[in-house]
Design a protein around this ligand. Structure first.
Ligand code: F6P
Length: 363
């Protein structure tokens, strides 16, 4: 029987548990044996009880749980070849040669490297006497399938990463709460949202909540952004708005790549526009908590597709990442998706914001 392991890696995202549930159950329903690797890549390196067989009942109720119940960790040991040799040996110990990984682009890049190195890791296990040629024969190919779990929605090639809509929902809810108090006191609020180098959460939350101004890394405001923002906010006040909401992505910067911070924005609103202004940094409340229905659905459909992709895989097909494009669950070459994501970062670095925006738009 084929043994398929599932793992979560990188920052947790709402919907990761629904992924694990779907992968475990689809694996069992396909007549294979299911395993979960606990604590991300660290669990692969540690082996033993960190790689556990999973039963159907083990994942009961996991669709609605936030975070990742099998844990995630940043693992230095896996960055070293020695750690990867140990990880490969631990997988063989359990008879596993297929791994479904839910994480961000960094975690998926690591997974693909592991796969490309796998044959040489096998050779090393034989040459060091840890395994016999005979023992590794059935494990000559490692099968990797990626799922994108991240609140940032920063992976090119997919319309939505697992977790981004839960986070967006949470941010909008928080802004609605702030709206009420801002309105009461006629105050201004600068809301700082997560997203790392991606402005999707800030942009979508700003649009959804009727923000007065939004800062995102991919499309920084004009050279005179200070004046521009103040005049827009003043105009809105003259039109009768009692509250001001400015959404600032944590990765925001101006067109010269100088960081735009919430406190810079607050100072302008206070000192130049004369508004009583507060900053709210939403922090990790954006990441924890139960997934919204969309993320549960996305995680479940993609988890099922990931197991199908494992079972369809040929030794020479590139590792796929499971995406959603125009509401269809599709497989795409993992490395292409990562390369396209890196192109957006590179476009921002060279201040080519048109290319950055095109890159985010492109499927
Ligand atoms: O990638 C998810 C994310 O929440 C980003 O939005 C944020 O920049 C980062 O992780 C925070 O990481 P940490 O939890 O390690 O502080």
């Amino acid at each position: 029987k084929k043994r398929i392991a599932v793992m979560t890696s990188g920052g947790d995202a709402p919907g990761m548990n629904a992924v694990v549930r779907a992968v475990v159950r689809q694996t069992i329903a396909s007549g294979c044996v299911s395993y979960a690797v606990y604590e991300g890549y660290q669990g692969l390196v540690d082996g033993g009880d960190m790689i556990r067989e999973m039963a159907w009942e083990d994942v009961r109720g996991w669709t609605s749980e936030g975070g990742t119940l099998i844990g995630t960790a940043r693992c230095m040991a896996f960055m070293q070849r020695e750690g990867r040799v140990t990880a490969a040996n631990n997988m063989i110990e359990k008879g596993i040669d297929a791994l479904v990984i839910c994480g961000g682009d960094g975690s998926l890049t690591g997974a693909d490297k592991f796969r490309s190195e796998w044959p040489s890791l096998m050779d090393e296990l034989v040459s060091s006497g840890k395994r016999t040629e005979e023992a590794i024969k059935p494990f000559r190919h490692l099968n990797i399938v990626g799922l994108v779990g991240s609140i940032d929605n920063d992976l090119s090639s997919t319309d939505a990463t697992i977790g981004c809509y839960s986070s967006l929902q949470r941010i909008c809810q928080a802004i609605d709460f702030i709206d009420a108090t801002a309105f009461s006191h006629q105050r201004a609020f600068v809301i700082e949202v997560m997203g790392r180098h991606c402005g999707w959460l800030a942009l979508m939350a700003g649009v959804s909540c009727g923000a007065d101004f939004i800062f995102i890394p991919e499309n920084p405001p004009s050279k005179n952004w200070e004046e521009e923002m103040c005049s827009i906010v003043r105009k809105h006040r003259q039109m009768g708005k009692r509250r001001t909401i400015v959404v600032c992505a944590e990765g925001a910067h101006d067109r010269q790549l100088n960081k735009v911070t919430s406190s810079m924005v607050k100072d302008l609103l206070s000192n130049t526009v004369g508004l009583d202004t507060r900053i709210t940094t939403l922090g990790h409340v954006q990441r924890g908590g139960p997934p919204c229905s969309y993320d549960r659905m996305l995680a479940t459909l993609q988890g099922v597709e990931a197991v199908k992709a494992v079972l369809d895989a040929k030794p020479d097909t590139p590792s796929p990442v499971i995406c959603i494009v125009e509401n269809k669950i599709v497989r795409k070459p993992m490395l292409d998706a990562i390369a396209k994501t890196k192109e957006v970062a590179a476009a921002i670095e060279r201040k080519d914001y048109d290319a950055a925006m095109r890159g985010r738009d492109a499927e």
